[in-house]
Ligand binder design. Structure first.
Ligand code: 4AZ
Length: 841
């Protein structure tokens, strides 16, 4: 290929030169003719040079500018806000954008805006138009103004600041005499916020524009094309009003907008203009019925925008709106004198309204103290430093809290505790829910250990090496026991954790002096080699661990390498489905439509009930009339993964595929909404499954009919055989299994966060019963585990790539949640090749 291109270029160059030389060679035949020709050629050359210079200095610049302008596009800057008008009588007709009253006042204000901008030569140069979009009681006029900056001036865009626009408008207000005289309108106050031009709409000219009146009774509206799908390039606005002394509540029982908020989104304002300083929230994505979006205004107006730019169609939303009396929506706080109780942010779990202040004073019997525990806390706002919380916050004993928190527990200094809540004008959220109770300071946690935060934990959890309090207070000042390792920082950790390649102490002291010198590398099998064997493109450790995490170790294929379809090896940890093409045939990114949960989920602290759609790969297996007996996971439309011991039992009935029913998309065993029931066509248990040892405890289940993937039904990603789930990693196990050892199965799907346990520790605590097809996960301290009925279900881990991978299959364990008896799982990586060979996935 390279030689072909060379020949082509060469031929072109040569032919021109040969022609020129030929004409010159003919010249000396007659002298005079030669001179004339010479002069003519010289003139031609001069003309050509002149033409070239003219092109170079004049046209070339223009040409490249034209090319540049083709690449860049002009900028549109929009500012929106409101103006308070003085001495203008408010009339209902002003709410109708088609009325003469609306048009007259709007046109006058638009002219005033223009005059004000014209006082600033910079703004005047780019000013295009202003549009007054609405009026509300007060009399408040809502407007936006547009400035168009051509390509050649793009560098001045940063000068279009809110301050500059506000300055021009405020100067205009100060100097209103002449204007007032002419138009007889006086403006008292004005705001201006930089606004996405897509939200600047003219109600008198827009197609997708609606004016709605909220009443006590619930009314509804939906996005265009709902539920089939909204069109691309939608620019829709809903202006909602309620009568005075009411606020507006809008909830979205169904909400499915494209996931990428920069393309498609819903933006809700506590104003009638898209003014960022009065934004309530911006949302995209999907929301499950358990976490609906529900917002409330601070006054009797609200603006909802729908912007869509992707071509992928999504169903859109359905919205219900109503008016609620302001007195009801904005009442909060008070004195709480019971010894225990619950209170929440205003209107919780709906979003709290903007611009509110509440104070709760908890007063318990003298001599007692107060403990508060936030069971849900979400007060997130864009651009807020959660260490400062300068916008919305909860304040307790002089400290402000904001953002999203999974555990917050506090105790008072005496029998009174004040909790204050503040929301400013912009952005609101779901808020919080608090449980409070009185306690006796002489015995704050009867028969339990008291954490510094005031919460109580089981006594056995103190000094067990785990941070059970959340603030490490249960692991401080510990006298390390015989079977514990004293860390350099004063913590005690089980001796089993020393030299397991996990920094359990936090200061690395448990991983120092592990048999290898400082400048040595410890292979997975404990052999010490010089440090420079690491990433030297040569496999030095038997297990290849010295080359496992190197960017490039070409040609080395160890157990840790990812094997591409074309047999190439990639030496990068967890290369599959990480959104980076590592194989030259890109096979590491094949089949990666898995391990994601479409629903945006609530984070509720503490509770272990799973939410609908939280674990969309989880399946419930029902046997004959016994109901739920085992779990499974979805790996494709047709195949499930489960444990062999659910099927290979002493009863031959368990082997028969038609005796089983599978339920996908289920959360509650008694609810069938959105659940897909499939019977089994075949069961493939691993041929090496050992009923005595539970080795190779894996089965593949073929469905009679394929599943249809939905928000609540999705496949899990299977890890490649080289995937690493390191010891210490937090993963999740899910199932409807027994809530305690010997207990009954659960009605609602349960979830538990468990840690991957180091193999040598796992081997020790199971007294050598684990094989390389097994892994341990849980807590040596006990308390959290899978149990009977969870068998066959998945142990899944969230990877940085943003996907969930299945690390294990619930297999066995000594009892449930016992100390030093973690759950044992079938190790999916070791059984990965068998899955591939059986079903091609
Ligand atoms: C079971 O019987 C079972 N603690 C499953 C998991 C565990 C124990 C028992 C792990 O299905």
């Amino acid at each position: 290929m390279y030689s072909a291109r060379y020949e082509y270029d060469g031929r072109n160059g040569h032919s021109e030169r040969i022609d020129f030389l030929n004409s010159k060679e003919k010249a000396p035949s007659k002298r005079k003719t030669g001179i004339i020709i010479g002069v003519l050629v010289a003139l031609l050359v001069v003309a050509a040079v002149a033409a070239f210079l003219i092109w170079l200095f004049i046209f070339k610049d223009a040409d490249s500018e034209a090319t540049l302008s083709k690449q860049r596009s002009p900028s549109v800057e929009v500012f929106s806000g409101h103006m308070k008008l003085v001495d203008v009588p408010y009339d209902q007709t002003l709410e109708d954008t088609d009325s003469k009253e609306f048009r007259d006042l709007a046109e006058n204000l638009e002219a005033i805006l223009e005059e004000n901008y014209k006082t600033d030569p910079f703004l005047a140069k780019y000013y295009t138009k202003s549009v007054v979009t609405a009026f509300s009681e007060g009399v408040i006029a809502y407007y936006w103004s547009q400035f168009d900056i051509p390509v050649e001036d793009l560098e001045i865009v940063p000068e279009f600041s809110e301050e500059r626009v506000l300055d021009a408008l405020e100067n205009g207000i100060k100097d209103q005499r002449s204007v007032t005289n002419r138009r007889n309108i006086k403006i008292r106050e004005v705001t201006a916020s930089h606004t996405d031009p897509r939200m600047a709409r003219n109600p008198r000219a827009s197609k997708c524009f609606y004016r709605l009146e909220a009443e006590e009774k619930v009314n509804s509206f939906s996005s265009p094309g709902y539920p089939t799908g909204y069109p691309s390039q939608s620019r829709c606005q809903w202006q909602i009003r309620a009568s005075e002394d009411n606020v507006i509540s809008v909830s979205f029982p169904f909400f499915h907008i494209e996931d990428d908020c920069s393309d498609d989104f819903v933006f809700i304002y506590d104003s009638l203009s898209p003014d960022d300083s009065q934004a309530i929230t911006q949302k995209c994505g999907q929301r499950p019925p358990s976490n609906p979006l529900e917002v409330v205004s601070s006054g009797n107006i609200m603006l909802i925008n729908l912007i869509t730019d992707t071509i992928v169609q999504r169903p859109g939303f359905e919205a219900e709106y109503k008016a609620i009396p302001m007195s009801k929506a904005r009442t909060c706080g008070g004195v709480l004198s019971d010894n225990k109780g619950v209170f929440t942010s205003p209107l919780h779990p709906s979003f709290y309204p903007p611009a509110m202040d509440c104070k709760w004073t908890i007063k318990v019997s003298p001599g007692n103290k107060v403990r508060v525990k936030f069971t849900m806390f979400r007060m997130k706002e864009p651009g807020v430093d959660t260490r400062v919380c300068h916008k919305d916050y909860v304040e307790v004993m002089g400290t402000k809290y904001c953002g999203e928190m999974s555990s917050l527990a506090l105790t008072s200094k005496d029998n009174v505790l004040e909790v204050t809540f503040h929301s400013d004008e912009s952005y609101t959220d779901k808020g919080f829910s608090v449980e409070y109770s009185a306690y006796d300071p002489a015995d704050p946690c009867p028969n339990k250990f008291t954490c510094n935060s005031g919460i109580c934990i089981a006594k056995e959890l103190q000094c067990d090496g785990w941070n059970d309090c959340g603030d490490m207070s249960d692991e401080m000042k510990c006298q390390c026991g015989k079977d514990q390792f004293p860390c350099g920082n004063g913590l005690c950790k089980p001796r089993l954790w020393v030299c397991d390649r996990v920094n359990d102490c936090g200061d690395g002291s448990d991983e120092k002096r592990c048999g290898c010198e400082e400048n040595e590398w410890r292979c997975g099998n404990g052999v010490c080699l010089p440090q420079d064997v690491v990433c030297n493109n040569k496999q030095d450790c038997v297990d290849g661990s010295d080359e496992a995490s190197c960017k490039t170790s070409p040609g080395i294929c160890s157990d840790f390498s990812f094997k591409c379809k074309n047999k190439e090896c990639v030496n990068k940890v967890n290369a599959e489905c990480d959104r980076v093409n590592d194989c030259s045939d890109n096979s590491d990114e094949d089949g990666c439509n898995c391990g994601t949960r479409p629903y945006k989920l609530n984070r509720i602290v503490g509770g272990q009930n799973a939410e609908l759609g939280e674990w969309p790969w989880q399946v419930s297996l029902h046997f004959l009339t016994n109901g739920h007996v085992c779990g499974a996971s979805i790996i494709s439309e047709r195949w499930l993964l489960s444990a062999a011991h659910c099927f290979v039992t002493s009863s031959p009935l368990n082997h028969v595929a038609s005796n089983w029913q599978t339920y996908s998309g289920m959360q509650d065993q008694y609810k069938q909404d959105g659940v897909q029931r499939r019977s089994l066509k075949s069961i493939i248990s691993h041929p090496d499954y050992n009923q005595m040892t539970f080795d190779y405890d894996i089965a593949l289940l073929e469905l009679s009919e394929p599943l249809e993937f939905t928000n609540t039904i999705q496949p899990i990603c299977l890890p490649s055989s080289s995937h690493v789930f390191p010891a210490g990693m937090s993963c999740w196990v899910t199932g409807w299994g027994a809530l305690r050892e010997g207990g009954q199965t659960a009605q609602l799907l349960q979830k538990a966060s468990v840690k991957i346990i180091n193999d040598s520790v796992c081997n020790m605590v199971t007294e050598g019963q684990v094989t390389s097809r097994m892994l341990c996960s849980g807590f040596l301290a006990g308390g959290v585990d899978a149990c009977q009925g969870d068998s066959g279900g998945p142990l899944v881990c969230f990877e940085e790539s943003g996907k969930w991978f299945q690390a294990g299959i619930v297999s066995w364990g000594e009892g449930c949640a016992r100390r030093n008896k973690p759950g044992v799982y079938s190790r999916v990586t070791k059984l990965r090749d068998w899955i591939k060979s059986e079903v091609g996935i």
